[in-house]
Design a binder for this molecule. Structure first.
Ligand SMILES: [Zn+2]
Length: 187
């Protein structure tokens, strides 16, 4: 049954991986968390496993996602941050009670409350967005060069010249489009 839902695009940055659950925002948009159990799957894939998710919690998640999208897009082009987006990011950050836990192997994992799992997970995602927008982490916010995507991503490459949100999707598609354009020129 689950195979009929679109795959996730998992990156190394939690907040922008989360905004990438809606892709091709300027083309034929693909909603990758269309139902609550797909949000549960996405959270599990990102170290934030929860027991369950209601429709209301999915709405909360999507509201946070769009707020992060608006804020990181503004930050990438050095616009003023939209106040409503900032308000929602702060609300979600403040309303979770996730605890950072150090494992014996020296890794961090998140401990969420069983009664408020989704809200706790959203607070971790909101805090991650805050840390990249606030410039606390080594990297640069940029917008994907694909015209149908334009997603904000966090470039941690050494040269800070990454052009696409994802090499395997947007990057590849652009390369193919260029290849075909060049082929047409030579014929
Ligand atoms: Zn892209």
């Amino acid at each position: 049954m689950r195979a009929e839902f679109p795959d996730f695009r998992l990156g190394s940055v939690l907040a922008t991986s989360f905004t990438a659950t809606l892709t091709e925002r300027h083309g034929n948009a693909v909603e990758r968390i269309p139902v609550p159990h797909r949000l549960v799957d996405w959270l599990a894939a990102n170290g934030l496993a929860v027991d369950s998710c209601t429709t209301a919690q999915l709405d909360l998640a999507r509201e946070l996602r769009e707020s992060i999208h608006a804020a990181v897009t503004a930050a990438a082009v050095r616009d003023a941050l939209p106040a409503s987006a900032v308000g929602i990011i702060n609300d979600r950050s403040a309303q979770g009670r996730a605890a950072a836990i150090l494992t014996p192997e020296g890794k961090r994992r998140w401990r969420l409350n069983s009664s408020s799992g989704v809200e706790d997970a959203l607070s971790v995602i909101a805090a991650d967005a805050i840390s990249i927008i606030a410039g606390e982490r080594d990297g640069r916010l940029a917008l994907c060069a694909s015209p149908t995507c334009q997603a904000a991503f966090f470039d941690t490459s050494q040269s800070r010249t990454r052009k696409w949100c994802d090499m395997n999707t947007c990057g590849n598609r652009q390369k193919k489009a260029r290849f075909h354009a060049n082929q047409r020129k030579t014929h």
